[in-house]
Each structure stands twice: as C-alpha cells, then as structure tokens.
Ligand binder design. Structure first.
Ligand SMILES: NC(=O)c1ccc[n+]([C@@H]2O[C@H](COP(=O)([O-])OP(=O)(O)OC[C@H]3O[C@@H](n4cnc5c(N)ncnc54)[C@H](O)[C@@H]3O)[C@@H](O)[C@H]2O)c1
Length: 338
C-alpha cells in the first residue's frame, strides 16, 4: 500500500506521515512549501521526516528519499501543476491519496481569495483527474468545520445543511465535497471527506490561536481576543486527528458507499476564555487581553458530532485541553529555546 500525502510539510501532514511510517506504510509526501507562514517551520518538519532543507528546496519533480529509511520520499510540487502531477502518478504506484495540501485559514481568504481557488479548487480538480486516470483506490481529503457556516444547531452533524458558507475558504472546502461527489458518482471512485475541527498541537500553524497566544504571552505582547471572548471551538488534538485519519486510510473499503463525509473533532465545545486560561496555566504567565469585535468570516461556535466516525472507524479522541495545550507549550519552548 503506497499512500500519497499532500501537504506533507504542513502541520497535520507531517504528523500524518510520521504516524503512517510508524506503521511501516510506504508514503510519498508532496508539498509546494509556500510562504503563507514561516517556511523554516515547514523545512524543519521535513527534517523530522529525514528530508534535508537543501533537497526539499529543489523543484525538479523527482522524489527524494528520506535519510531515515526507504518508506518515505518527498517531492516539491504544486497541485496546480497539470504537467508534473500526472507524471508523478504515472511513475509511482499510488494506491491511496490523502489530500491535506490547501490554502488554509479563514481570515486570509478575505485578503487573498485567489490563492484559495488556485490550491483548493484547481489543485483539487487536478488531483481528482489523476486519481481517476491512475486507478487510485481511495481519495481521503481534508474538508473543514467551516462548511457549517452560520449553523446554529449543535453539535454539527453531517446531515445538517451546509449551503451557507461565509468565507471563500469555507466555500472552497464545500466545493471539494461537491467535486468528490461528482467523481464518486461518475467514475466509481471511493472518496472520503473529513471535516476537521480546529486542530492544535506541537508543530502547529503560526496563524492559529494557540500559536499566536503562546507566542504573545511569552514575549510580553497583548493577545487579540475576538468577539470579546464570546467564541467556542471544538479544539481537537493533532494526535487524535491523525489517529482518525490513519483509521480511515487503512480500513478496507469493501461494503461501503463510494462517497462519504465525516466530522472529525473532539466532540466537545470549549469556551475561548477557558482555552486561554489553559495556555496561561501552562505558560505560567497571565495574558494581557485586547478585546476586539467579531472578525468577518468567523463563526461563534463549533462542535462536532462524531458518532458516524465512532461507529464506522471506532474513532475515540482522548486528549483533553490541558494535556494538549501542555504538549504544545512544551514543544514551543523547546523549538524556540524559550
Ligand atoms: N489545522 C486546522 O485546524 C484545520 C481545520 C480544518 C481543516 N483543515 C485542513 O487540513 C489541511 C491541513 O491543514 P494544516 O493545518 O496542516 O495546514 P498547513 O498550511 O500547515 O498545511 C498545508 C500544506 O499544504 C501546502 N500547500 C498549500 N497549497 C499547495 C499547493 N497548491 N500545492 C502543494 N502544496 C500546497 C502548504 O505549503 C502547507 O505545507 C488543509 O486542507 C486545511 O484546510 C485544517
């Protein structure tokens, strides 16, 4: 079983590669290492996977072997590249694809909507075409809790209406689900969309709350608290997410519908103020808070109903906020030597 993981230099992607490699599954990682946030963090994640920065910098469309063993290789490529992506599928015997590469982030989608269409729509279509023409058995892809838009019914269920996205990011993720449905229907392709709910943990994204808050508190800057703190999120520890994704990737497909969508969250909505308190406790310092109004494109509350994932994959997230935030703060202090 050879799995292509796109977004392998990203936060979730690099954790997923590590988890698959621990199970001795052969993995090809793909990423364009774009500069949406600090590229050093992306290069350093790849070093954890045995890929040197010198090697990762190259755009030569060849897979680079990991120094840690022959189960992992990496290729720097754009999903939008309509010439090189099909060649990769032709050269490698890819059986399963996990698409985590995307332009992420709700707020940035108000500034640079084009990058969301390029990576998340054009890139995703290219991937679907490659899967179609190279007999890929299963495409698993990252969707997002943001597809629920202004949904007020909680917890969010995959049977709820998701026709009202409120950011281009959310619209691009909902489009992925529609495109996957079309390919499952037309070409008999098994696809599984996973709606991730606010993922956090070591090696996390610098544009997300936990990273921003920890960084600000440790460096004596105020933290920006939107909607005056009246926000709630289903914060999900990256280890729990990855365990769920591995289960979806590795379970045999027989007797299942071709098109599936699941929520993957912690099944517990936490107040932002409690989350901040957990960070303060782990950092050992009080935050100076700058209270601000609601951000356009943001939603007030998320909460995942994960019953279907429990039923079909025995998914059981078990990391509480204190432990998860503690792991992040420990990683952050060590990484930045603070
Ligand atoms: N982290 C979360 O809380 C969260 C929540 C919901 C959904 N998601 C989704 O999960 C996936 C992974 O998120 P993440 O937090 O690890 O983000 P990330 O930004 O750390 O990782 C995404 C990676 O994809 C790469 N990439 C982007 N566009 C590309 C392209 N066109 N071609 C090749 N590579 C490209 C980036 O360089 C990056 O390394 C994304 O699809 C994201 O939308 C994440």
């Amino acid at each position: 079983m050879k799995i292509l993981v796109t977004g392998a230099a990203g936060f979730i992607g690099h954790h997923l590669c590590e988890a698959l490699l621990k199970r001795s599954i052969e993995v090809i990682g793909l990423d364009n290492i774009n500069d949406y946030y600090d590229v050093h963090l992306k290069y350093n994640r790849l070093i954890e996977l045995g890929i040197s920065s010198n090697d990762a910098e190259q755009w030569n469309s060849k897979t680079i072997s990991s120094k840690h063993g022959d189960k992992f290789s990496f290729v720097r490529m754009n999903l939008e590249d309509r010439n090189e992506l099909p060649k990769l599928f032709k050269d490698e015997n890819i059986v399963t694809v996990c698409n985590l590469a995307a332009q992420a982030g709700v707020r940035y989608s108000l500034e640079n909507p084009e990058s969301y269409v390029d990576s998340n729509i054009v890139g995703f279509l290219n991937l679907l075409e490659c899967c179609r023409h190279h007999q890929v058995k299963h495409l698993v892809y990252a969707s997002s809790s943001s597809v629920y838009g202004l949904n007020e019914k909680v917890p969010f269920s995959t049977s709820d209406n998701v026709d009202n996205p409120i950011s281009i990011y959310a619209a691009s993720k909902k489009s992925n689900e529609l495109m996957a449905h079309t390919y499952s229907h037309l070409f008999g392709m098994a696809t599984t969309g996973l709606r991730f709910f606010t993922v956090y943990g070591p090696w996390g994204r610098p544009d997300m709350a936990l990273f921003l808050f920890t960084d600000a508190i440790l460096n004596g800057r105020p933290i920006k608290v939107f909607n005056h703190g009246k926000l709630e999120r289903d914060f999900t520890y990256v280890g729990d997410i990855v365990e769920g994704v591995v289960r979806v990737l590795t379970k045999p497909l027989k007797n299942r519908q071709l098109y599936k969508i699941y929520n993957i969250g912690n099944n517990n909505s936490v107040k932002l103020t409690d989350f901040i308190q957990a960070i303060e406790n782990k950092v050992g310092k009080k935050a100076e808070k700058e209270m601000l109004p609601m951000q356009p494109g943001d939603v007030t509350k998320t909460w995942a109903d994960v019953d279907n994932l429990i039923q079909d994959y025995d998914y059981r997230p078990n990391t509480n906020i204190n432990d998860g935030v503690g792991s992040f703060v420990k990683w952050y202090r060590n990484y930045y030597n603070i």
